[in-house]
Design a protein around this ligand. Sequence first.
Ligand SMILES: N[C@@H](CCC(=O)N[C@@H](CS)C(=O)NCC(=O)O)C(=O)O
Length: 240
Amino acid sequence: MKPEPILTSGFPLGSSAGLVAAFEWLGQPYRLTRVDMLGEMREEPYKRLNGRVETPALITEEGRVLTETMAIALWLEARDPERRISFEPGTPEADRMHQFIAFLNTSFTSAFVPLWVALEADEVTEEERETLRKFGRSFVAKRHEQLEAMIGDSPYLVGDRPTLADAVFAGVARWVEFHKAIDPRDYPRILALRQRIEADPSFRFAVAIEDGKPAIGSGAMKGLTPLADVLRDMGAALAA
Ligand SMILES: N[C@@H](CCC(=O)N[C@@H](CS)C(=O)NCC(=O)O)C(=O)O
């Protein structure tokens, strides 16, 4: 019997939470490994999983490592014949979902980079930090304006059920509060979407796992594998 695929749940506030919710919505067996992004992710062994020292990462049933949000989203899409979290490739809905995922994973996510740098960089003067914050806030505002204009009248980004686009959105959109980047009330469609997804049991499950709290999900998640075990098994596979 093949082992289940294992996805990282990066904390604090990892974008992985969106993909965890997507696994829950999909309903196929999987496991999670929690990754402290401020600690163990920055240590040497983690580079076996992702040499660029980032989450999310997925270890497939075959033991292959797949990194990058969009690649993992496409991996999930290819395993969704019942179209629970995606659409038939080639349809207008699939194209629109891909468009949202690309915008969210590039333009929208990268708008927050100056704010993360302002917070985490060591050798930065207070003046430089303030400049980074100023640009970060204006980038985040611009991408929110654009996303607000892209959202239609449907309850989710594409249609009336959450898809991979909503997953990629939800993992990142909550960074707004942490950085106090914009006033969410200025973007009512984005705010309504966030509230809908953040109230969803699958997303709540993803956040509880991230926070290390007891969580009951759909039953698809077959257990937490300690990161040390994941890295040990990968090390053994590399040595073999
Ligand atoms: N291009 C990557 C970016 C992922 C990313 O930004 N991950 C963040 C956490 S959500 C990270 O690991 N940051 C660590 C760091 O930059 O030090 C993807 O789309 O998967």
